[in-house]
Design a protein around this ligand. Structure first.
Ligand code: ZN
Length: 158
């Protein structure tokens, strides 16, 4: 496993739509391992493949409850609302207020290409939305209410 370079907001790859994964390959297994390593090293709670320059629909998340790998994730259901500070490993050192659903139900494939369903509230719901947006070339900065501000205290970046 290895660390990959995290692309930052001026990189056009972050604004492109990622392609679905059709089959698991040794190369993609390596990518997923590298994404987890890169996410933990950067102290992030989530990372999407386009953030390391790969336009595939793969997301890794760990909000402190163990790693989740989501391949071809789709949001099935959302409810409620939460407004809070959000950050992104591709926009280091900054955060801004974003409103997201407070509950999100997601369907995805795991690393063995088996279907999994996850439900998340609060931070996990926010992470699902933020990372799935990356797969569609959308940055959270488009959703920020008010100004982006410097992160002055330890916060989770997704
Ligand atoms: Zn992000």
């Amino acid at each position: 496993m290895a660390l990959r370079k995290i692309r930052t907001e001026e990189d056009p790859v972050l604004y492109k739509i990622s392609r679905p994964v059709k089959e698991m390959t040794p190369k993609l297994h390596t990518l997923i391992g590298d994404m987890l390593d890169t996410m933990y090293e950067a102290m992030g709670v989530g990372l999407a493949a386009p953030q390391v320059g790969i336009l595939k629909r793969i997301v890794t998340i760990d909000i402190g409850e163990g790693p989740l790998v989501l391949i071809n994730p789709e949001i099935l259901e959302t409810s409620g609302e939460q407004t809070g500070d959000e950050g992104c490993l591709s926009v280091p050192g900054m955060s801004g207020q974003v409103t997201r659903p407070n509950y999100v139900k997601v369907k995805a494939l795991d690393e063995d290409m088996n279907e999994v369903i996850y439900e998340g509230t609060e931070l996990l719901a926010r992470a699902f939305c933020h990372e799935i947006d990356h797969l569609d070339g959308k940055m959270y900065t488009e959703l920020v209410e008010g100004e982006l501000h410097r992160t002055t205290y330890e916060e989770d970046e997704v």
